[in-house]
Design a protein around this ligand. Structure first.
Ligand SMILES: [Zn+2]
Length: 546
């Protein structure tokens, strides 16, 4: 009798548990999964339904608790929330794919070979190139247009130098821009040969004469480039990109490609501060879909440190009497902030020098009341006077920074700033401590798109050769768990998306990546070699294999 009762009980339990099983589309199990909340891998498995994570836990929890037509064995591999790049130029990166990449070419001849190969698939009316640097060539004098003219007698050719301050053009391009031996340009130069004809090499404002004649890429080409760029992003584990400054037509195109199901990458679009774009979006109000979020405006306070355009409180150490400068007067910036505030928009201001950062902190203070529910951000924050640090906490202003800038700039930053100002330079840990949050990005295409290089730079404060051995201002290195947050959940917070992105947790989008090694534990030198095996957006495999 007892045996019969026991058997009945077991049968009843089995019945109950199968009835009690919830439905899911896919179960992922046997993983080393970091939810993004804690410093250790706290999950083995999760269930996905309709593009969202519906449950997380141990293998037993998920495999026993759910019924799903598909189960994926993660084979013990490391799984993280998909990376968010909090500040990049995704559209700009895509446009660059429509130009021949001449970076790293070792001679003019080699550059021409690259151009020739590119020209065979070029669909645009101009032949565009970028990234050449004659300093890398054996003959380091500026190139001239003769070879271009004979190779391309009918198509206009425009090849931008790596620094964007010079360009080489062929005769067709010069003619379209109306440039001849008599052309004079304020703030620029048309180089001439011995017979007084343009050599094809233009400097600074003279470059703009030709640039102004290049028609915009048609939507069909932009679309093609955006889809290619998205594939590059997926291959390095990015599932959301914050594009720091987009015009309205670019945003419309992104929205259309997403609605058509072609662009699967999620985009946080900061609108550019052009009047047309501002007027349109400020009158319409924030716009949000599952893949696109338009609720921020990008403003520039100053320039860059390398070119001494960043606005400093005291003169540059390597240029006496020069402070850099603000790009707009305060009234202009204040008006945009007012308008943004009134229409429910976030303000993301590019500020690099300590004077620019202080100016923006003060303007934000005037426009916000303490708590900063609008989550206004300062982009870059490269040089912050330690005396101004606590404004970030007092007004809960979000620093949005790019750790690879620290390891790219570390060789010359002190020349610009002098030793004493280095304390507040690239001070990510200090900023994180003040603000209790920080968002990480790359500023690609200025830096490479790979977020694992951001992770490495933030943790090690070293370049890819492992220099300097003790790390650049190593006291500003951050803990891996915080670096992961800065690239996922804190970046999501900076986008008002912390309830749907940045964690592997119930209710969140199933945006996640599988890595070939565990970046939370391996030796730091190994981090840059880490490869993304697969990337998922909304539960869909968009890169790699299962
Ligand atoms: Zn930028």
């Amino acid at each position: 009798m007892a045996r019969i009762i026991a058997l009945a009980f077991v049968l009843l339990l089995a019945l109950l548990s199968s009835c009690g099983k919830r439905k899911a589309d896919v179960l992922y199990f046997n993983g080393t999964i970091y939810s993004g909340e804690s410093s250790s891998s706290n999950l083995q498995a999760f269930a996905v339904r309709d593009g969202r994570i519906v449950s997380t836990g141990s293998d037993d929890d998920i495999l026993d608790g759910f019924d799903a037509p598909k189960k994926v064995d993660l084979k013990g591999r490391t799984v993280l929330p998909g990376f968010i790049d909090a500040h990049c130029h995704f559209f700009g990166y895509a446009s660059d794919l429509l130009k021949c990449d001449l970076t790293g070419s070792r001679s003019y001849e080699a550059a021409l070979e690259l151009l020739n190969a590119f020209s065979k698939t070029n669909k645009f009316s101009w032949l565009l190139g970028r990234g050449w640097d004659q300093n890398d060539w054996e003959d380091d004098s500026f190139p001239t247009r003769e070879r271009l003219d004979s190779l391309y007698p009918t198509v206009p050719v425009f090849l931008m130098r790596i620094d964007g301050h010079a360009a080489l053009c062929n005769a067709v391009a010069l003619q379209l821009a109306g440039i001849n031996g008599d052309t004079r340009v304020a703030g620029g130069e048309v180089l001439l040969n011995q017979s007084g004809e343009p050599t094809g090499l233009l400097i600074d404002n003279a470059v703009d004469l030709v640039k102004a004649k290049i028609p915009p890429f048609p939507d069909s080409l932009n679309a093609e480039a955006l889809l290619k760029a998205q594939q590059h992003c997926f291959s390095v584990g990015l599932t959301t990109v914050d594009d720091a400054g987009l015009g309205k037509d670019s945003i419309f195109l992104i929205d259309r490609l997403q609605q058509e199901g072609k662009l699967k990458l999620r985009v946080y679009a900061m609108i550019s501060d052009s009047k047309e774009t501002r007027d349109y979006f400020f009158s319409k109000g924030p716009y949000k879909t599952d893949r696109l979020n338009v609720r921020a405006v990008k403003v520039y306070a100053d320039g860059a440190l390398g070119s001494r355009g960043a606005c400093l409180k005291r003169p540059y150490a390597d240029q006496p009497g020069h402070y850099g400068f603000l790009l707009h007067d305060l009234a202009y910036m204040n008006d945009i902030m007012d308008e943004a505030h009134e229409n429910g928009f976030q303000v993301c201001t590019h500020a690099i020098g300590d004077s620019a950062v202080k100016t923006i902190l003060m303007l934000y203070r005037e426009n916000l009341s303490g708590e900063n529910p609008r989550r206004w951000r300062i982009e870059h924050c490269q040089v912050v006077d330690p005396a101004d640090m606590d404004y970030f906490s007092r007004y809960s202003i979000i620093p949005s920074v790019q750790p690879t800038h620290a390891t790219s700039d570390m060789y010359w930053a002190e020349e610009r700033l002098g030793k004493d100002r280095m304390t507040g330079a690239y001070a990510y840990r200090s900023l994180e401590r003040e603000a209790e949050t920080i968002a990480f990005g790359t500023d690609f295409p200025v830096e490479r798109i790979n977020p694992l290089l951001t992770f490495y730079a933030a943790v090690s404060r070293k370049d890819l050769e492992g220099n300097p051995p003790d790390g650049f201002r190593a006291e500003e290195a951050m803990k891996r768990k915080d670096v992961l947050k800065a690239m996922t959940t804190w970046a999501a917070y900076a986008n008002f998306e912390e309830e749907e992105k940045g964690l592997i947790d119930n209710g969140y989008f199933a945006d996640f990546i599988v890595l070939d090694r565990n970046i939370m534990e391996i030796d730091e030198e190994q981090i840059p070699q880490t490869r993304v095996l697969s990337t998922y957006v909304n539960g869909e495999l968009v890169y790699g294999a299962e």
